[in-house]
Ligand binder design. Structure first.
Ligand code: MRU
Length: 346
């Protein structure tokens, strides 16, 4: 496919010699602040608190976290404590496990002098691969966009969620440059308003015509206006094509199905977990109720109120029109097509 080079002003993670800097996504869009990260523990803390977030970015960050641990821990065995700490931060995005497993293998290969430098280089490679994967997905996905399209996206699946141009928003950006996007609706998203704070910020930087929706508006908009497609990312796709993504995605898919709006998932190969048969086996992160009971630090419910907080949901394959990957498009979505496009069975 023919990709487009897009440079972003604020990379969400950047290497500074022997340290790493992370863009604080909780401070956006009001303040652009980079936080220095010198240890695996610090990286684990940032992933857990969602200072950085988004499945592909979490994978890249975990890889750098693992590499940072090798400043002190000089053998694969000694690195295990940090690996486990990183793995325990967020359970749903499989990119995290993928990144750690790749780094574990690298640590075995590189054990010896200069382990730290070599592991940092491996993390750099993982980052670069994500940049390339994003560009390819954007190009594959843009072919699905008709001229004059109005699309809906959910959460933030843009450059802040990856090392590259983004997954779902990457497709939109590519299609916009080809003159095919009329307008983008961004769902607000809880708990941290990732859609309103982050996706709107990105779309406006790109000067893409856009408007914010609260999550509950999407079905009404589909019923009363022409919506050409929904594009969202994913945190884990099972072997049959069931896909976990930010809470609210399943409802959006049901609404799209009811209104005959094509519903597309955009996810790099690192987001596919072919070890699990279907979406029932995807671990759904349950975060603190505190995050739901507050917005921007302020209480929005009576004192003592209880809240649920599943952070993700699973959209069944039957509701997904196609899955866009860096290797091509899976359509229709089923286990056989998925394995054929990915070119692997595990
Ligand atoms: O809780 P978050 O903000 O990490 O959730 C992010 C999402 O659900 C994204 O849609 C997903 O990671 C894919 S985006 C590249």
């Amino acid at each position: 496919v023919s990709t487009i080079k897009i440079r972003d002003p604020f990379p969400p993670i950047r290497r500074k010699g022997s340290t790493v800097e992370v863009l604080d996504q909780l401070a956006l869009p009001g303040r652009v602040v980079y936080r220095r990260c010198n240890t695996a523990d610090a990286m684990a803390g940032m992933i857990k608190k969602m200072v950085l977030r988004g499945a592909p970015l979490i994978g890249v960050a975990a890889a750098y976290g693992y590499a940072l641990a090798s400043k002190k821990s000089k053998t694969p065995r000694a690195l295990e404590k940090s690996a486990k700490r990183l793995l325990a931060t967020r359970p749903t995005a499989v990119n995290l496990r993928w990144g750690i497993e790749r780094m574990r293998e690298a640590a075995i290969r590189f054990e010896g002098p200069r382990l730290f430098e070599r592991l940092m280089k491996e993390a750099d490679r993982i980052r670069q691969e994500d940049i390339d994967n994003n560009a390819r997905m954007a190009a594959h996905g843009a072919k699905l966009v008709k001229k004059g399209s109005t699309v809906i996206t959910h959460c933030n699946a843009g450059y802040l969620a990856t090392a590259g141009v983004g997954t779902a928003v990457g497709v939109v950006r590519h299609a916009f440059r080809e003159g095919k996007i009329k307008k983008v609706y961004a769902d607000e998203t809880r708990p941290y308003l990732q859609g309103s704070r982050l996706t709107m910020w990105e779309l406006m930087q790109d000067k893409i015509p856009c408007a914010l929706l609260t999550d509950s508006m999407a079905a009404h908009i589909m019923k009363t206006e022409r919506i050409d497609a929904v594009f969202v990312g994913a945190d884990r796709v099972a072997a049959n094509g069931d896909a976990a993504n930010k809470i609210g995605t399943y409802g959006l898919a049901l609404a799209a199905h009811a209104h005959k709006v094509p519903f597309y998932i955009v996810a790099p190969s690192t987001t596919f977990d072919l070890r699990i048969k279907n979406g029932d086996a995807i671990p759904i992160e349950e975060r603190s109720s505190e995050e739901v009971l507050k917005i921007a630090g302020r209480s929005i419910a009576p004192k003592g109120a209880v809240a649920r907080h599943p952070a993700f949901d699973v959209t069944p394959a039957r509701l997904i029109t196609a899955i866009v990957t860096d290797k091509g498009v899976v359509k229709p979505v089923n286990g056989r097509n998925l394995k054929a496009v990915l070119g692997r069975t595990s």
